[in-house]
Write a protein that binds this ligand. Sequence first.
Ligand SMILES: [Zn+2]
Length: 372
Amino acid sequence: MISRKEVERLATLHSEEGILSAYIKVDPRLRYEPSQPAVKFKGALKRFARRAKDERWLAVAEREKDRVLSFLEGWDASGRGLAIFSCEPANIWEVVHLGVLVPSWVSVDTTTNTALLVQVLDEYPRFVVAVVQRDNASIYIAEQRAVEKAAEVQSHVPGQHDKGGWAQARFQRHIEFHVERHLNKVIEELHQLYYDRPFNRLAVGGTEETVNELVKMLPEPLSRRVIGTFSVDFKHQTEDEVLEQARELLHEDERRSERQLVEQLVDAAESGGRGVVGIDDTVRAVFEGRVHVLAVAEGITKEGSACQNCDYIAAGDFGRCPACGEEAEKIPDIVERAVEGAYLTGAHVETVFGEAREWLLARGGLGAVLRY
Ligand SMILES: [Zn+2]
């Protein structure tokens, strides 16, 4: 998992000698193909060479190429992607492992190209779990599949043994006052976390009474982030078991929003609105800069061709570009190029799983909500 702080550090790296930034998509189903990352890198390098206007930067790419290749050839591919920043003369070598989908992309400049990294990280939702008791709470944050404890809140709440000579009703109010104060502290922590690392989903677990009370007390925007609650048996459940319950809520919610996304774009496409489905139509919309959200069925790849001159890309082998007449070359995966195009035009990219994936696959595996 990469933190925002780490991204900020990477963004400050600078060298007049030129830094190569490389992003490499890892296809989990091609893991048995050990040359996969190197092939992706070479392809991205070739596309960079075609775009690059500055001879100097081409020389930098050439200078750094072997270093990156020898790393990739010895690398046991894992996760979903990699970012590499390399400048031999300035002794810069940074490898970032990513659990999210990135397009394979190479660029050279005097600074690292972290824009894509920032975008990809923003795309990946943060999930927060608050496990609350009347005098105790643990707050966890999950991003890129890793979970960490973000905060622990402990309060003193008087118990039955503290009762002394108090009248029952009055004592009860006294306890409630302390519980409420404790829950306010928990909310304070959640707020703090929200401003440090904005999250879009929150699950709350604990005993029913405390959970309900906390949820009732949550102000906006926290309350809008609640995706569900779950009950915890504090005597018998381990931390892992508790987090597993939260993860199930997360998965249900993710599947739900993926279904909504695919429904939205299929409805729009079929009614002539701002939606498109199918590989070729979607890819075209991406390169016309019209895509707002690109939906990709998990794991889909499609061979195609790309014009060597303009941006024209389509599935299959079209020989000559129908747009400009220039010769086309075959490319192994036009879906990846669509993802790249989407990121470069500021679109969101959503990978969809489960039922939404099946729906989308039945329509080619690619679709988009359009800006216009
Ligand atoms: Zn063309």
